[in-house]
Ligand binder design. Structure first.
Ligand code: GDP
Length: 427
């Protein structure tokens, strides 16, 4: 059975924790898009880890972790991350890397930085991990596939050709040091040796696994609102964040994805620029940021303070719809226990009209939040194991959200730890 775990919002919904938790019942966990530009925070018996590139299944002995063809593969980063695990006492994970994944080149990272510099105040707030230049090159057909690392002649010729092109931009547009093809080739030979032990046809591996009835998890990064087609374009990421893309980025048939668990955060947070209708500011935002997540809402990759806001039912219902949610995991609910009242954004007012439909970016810019205010529960809910034991106002909040987003909330996360989860069997 194939399941996907994806985000409904702007990312950082707590997908890592849910994947780590469901990893227990999985044989294989696959990353299918994105790169090392966003982080998952996972807390388990080995300690606290921030994973950026490895799938969240790496902590289990019985799972195979796969980096699918859709991922932007930063090879030295992968090696570094593997080392951080083994240094932390985690057993060496079983890892497979798709021979069709493309390689994050050192110049992608440089171009990302140079372009942000060039744009100055108008920048995208990129994590500068090279993601946009990487996917641009992939679709411009000048990317490097992992398989090409093992073809000496092809590699040499392509390295020279690409350097020639990149150097025109470096010289005339960015006024930065030029690429030296021999040096780049040398780096690529190092990459080849680093990645060689893991490379295989992961799509064929998954085909066999599906036939053998294995449990497979597709782990998404970021959220629906960062999708290049359906998100807040252009303040989006450069690969699709939707479960549907899991089929492409892992190389499996779309109809095999039977369950789509969409992770939804009990309040809103976002990193980087872009429209954010229910955003809050000042002391109110500072307090939520300080109390949020596990030790505050700061980006796992960049350490930047996250932008904060109230729960946005308009954006989340849309996010769930675009993901094709079959069920929802509602996370970080415990954080809200300090509030007397909880505003929920239930509509957008655009040009004097209220809508519940999430619009295109130009209209989104004009949207003002319409709130419905729910009473808070003002108590600690960590440690509670059964849904019925949650305070009444807390259940009321969950059920209100469930009605608004039109998808059953089956999991409620009330703490960052692996076991801090309430499975809801009724309601
Ligand atoms: P991801 O990218 O979607 O995996 O999200 P992150 O891991 O970047 O952000 C989620 C943060 O919230 C992490 O610091 C988690 O440890 C933390 N977290 C996840 N679930 C819960 C929860 O239910 N309660 C609290 N307090 N923190 C949580």
């Amino acid at each position: 059975m194939v399941r996907a775990i994806v985000g409904a919002n702007w990312g950082d919904e707590g997908k890592g924790k849910i994947t780590d938790m469901l990893g227990k019942e999985s044989d294989i966990i696959v990353r299918f898009q994105g790169g090392s530009n966003a982080g998952h925070t996972i807390i388990n018996q080995y300690g606290k880890f921030a994973l950026h590139l490895l799938p969240s299944g790496v902590f289990y002995n019985h799972t195979t972790s796969i980096i699918g063809n859709g991922v932007a593969l930063n090879i030295p980063y992968l090696v570094k991350e593997l080392k951080s695990l083994t240094d932390g006492g985690v057993p060496v994970p079983k890892l497979l890397v798709s021979d069709r994944a493309q390689i994050m080149m050192p110049y992608h990272i440089l171009f990302d930085q140079y372009e942000e510099e060039r744009l100055g105040g108008k920048s995208f707030g990129s994590t500068k991990s090279g993601i946009a230049p990487f996917y641009s090159d992939k679709y411009a057909k000048i990317g490097f596939q992992v398989s090409e690392l093992f073809e000496d002649e092809v590699l040499k010729e392509k390295t020279e050709r690409v350097c020639e092109m990149k150097n025109i931009l470096l010289e005339h547009m960015y006024h930065k040091p030029l690429l030296v093809p021999e040096e780049l080739l040398h780096t690529l030979h190092e990459y080849r040796d680093m990645v060689a032990p893991y490379v295989c046809d992961t799509s064929a591996f998954l085909h066999d696994a599906i036939k053998a009835g294995k449990n497979i998890l597709l782990e998404g990064q970021l959220g629906a609102l960062k999708d290049p087609d359906f998100g807040i374009y252009p303040m989006v990421t450069s690969s699709s964040t939707l479960a549907a893309y899991g089929a492409v980025g892992a190389g499996i048939p779309p109809y095999e994805i039977k369950d789509i668990i969409v992770v939804v955060k009990a309040y809103s947070s976002a990193v980087g620029a872009g429209e954010f209708v229910s955003e809050i500011f000042g002391d109110e935002a500072d307090e939520l940021r300080r109390r949020g997540g596990d030790g505050g809402e700061f980006g796992a990759t960049t350490g930047r303070p996250r932008r904060m806001g109230w729960f946005d039912a308009v954006a989340t219902r849309y996010g769930c719809r675009m993901q094709g949610a079959t069920e929802v995991a509602l996370t970080v609910l415990d954080v809200l226990g300090y509030l007397k009242e909880l505003p929920v954004c239930v509509g957008y007012e655009i040009d004097g009209k209220v809508t519940k439909d999430f619009p295109v970016t130009a209209k989104l810019r004009k949207a003002k939040p319409v709130y419905e205010v729910l009473p808070g529960w003002q108590t600690e809910i960590r440690g509670i194991k059964r849904y019925e034991e949650l305070p009444e106002n807390c259940r009321r909040y969950i059920e209100f959200i469930e009605k608004e987003i039109e998808v059953p909330i089956t999991l409620v996360s009330n703490g960052p730890g692996r076991d801090e989860i309430i499975r809801r069997t009724e309601g």
